[in-house]
Design a binder for this molecule. Structure first.
Ligand code: ADP
Ligand code: MG
Length: 266
């Protein structure tokens, strides 16, 4: 039986979808079979992020309504044989998804895949509660290093606890090592401590994510810090002890000192 993880956040736009697709690719490259379920109904993004929009015929709602079977709604990623996607529906509403139907789909997927990563919509409302079924093995909370996102992550944890989902592990995304060094941004370890969550990963702000989108590539194919960070997260999920980078704690080299000076002059 595979492991089913919710990738969730209280606040929107913190990088859930970006990290879900990248993590799936990283896990696939470590010989795990992975299925991404895009559960952000009405606002689907995984098909675009992964460059497979044209291959999507059936989606999550089609399976839920028994318009097709699970296998028919899976799209395999070209070049990443171990990664499949079940796309969200573009025109349905989140409230149309029935909790029992979703749990049935997840049960079937976890019998086939090593990992099922559920890309959740932001927030703590009904749609999250529907997704947090008893089939879920755990959750990854994503937040950015700002007060609102951290506060919303705390609320998310409460809701997941109410739904009896195991305490999530945390990924802090969009970290800026220089700002942390300058004392203007909280380090990831402090945020995890504040939230009483285990820190699963730290991902830096990385322009290559934007660059990859712009050129229809996947940033996991680029030699960049964000890709390395996600690869480390995948290794940790696979049970390997990989040290966290603790962005902002290392000694700065000459170039970084100059950049920091410029940054703090603003
Ligand atoms: N580490 C990062 N560095 C730079 N941009 C990022 C990073 N993580 C996410 N983004 C950008 O932030 C925006 C929101 O990300 P997205 O994954 O759609 O968030 P969510 O799914 O939580 O709403 C996207 O434009 C994405 O490219
Ligand atoms: Mg999203």
């Amino acid at each position: 039986m595979g492991t089913v993880l919710l990738i969730a956040s209280g606040k929107g736009g913190v990088g859930k979808s970006t990290l879900t697709s990248a993590l799936a690719i990283a896990l696939g490259r470590k010989d795990a079979s992975v299925c991404i379920v895009d559960a952000d109904i009405g606002l689907r993004s995984q098909d675009t992020l992964l460059g497979v929009s044209d291959s999507v015929v059936y989606d999550l709602m089609d399976v839920a309504r028994k318009g097709c079977n699970v296998r028919q709604a899976l799209v395999r990623l070209p070049g990443e044989e171990d990664v499949s996607l079940m796309a969200a529906s573009q025109f349905a509403r989140a409230k149309e998804l029935d909790a029992k139907d979703f749990a049935r789909i997840i049960r079937e997927l976890k019998a086939t895949f090593g990992y099922v990563l559920i890309d959740c919509p932001a927030g703590i409302e009904r749609s999250l509660r529907v997704l947090a079924s008893s089939e879920v093995d755990g959750a990854i909370a994503v937040c950015t290093p700002d007060e609102v996102s951290i506060k919303d992550a705390r609320r998310l944890c409460q809701v997941l606890k109410e739904r009896k989902v195991k305490t999530p592990e945390l990924i802090v995304n969009r970290l800026n090592p220089l700002l942390i060094k300058a004392g203007e941004m909280q380090p990831a370890a402090d945020i995890a401590g504040e939230l009483h969550l285990k820190l699963l990963g730290e991902v830096p702000e990385d322009v290559n994510i934007y660059r990859a989108l712009l050129t229809n590539r996947r940033f996991m194919d680029l030699d960049c810090e964000a890709a390395k960070a996600v690869t480390r997260i995948a290794a940790r999920l696979r049970g390997n002890e990989i040290q966290l980078p603790a962005y902002g704690s290392h000694r700065l080299n000459w170039l970084e000192r100059r950049r920091l000076k410029k940054l703090t002059e603003v």
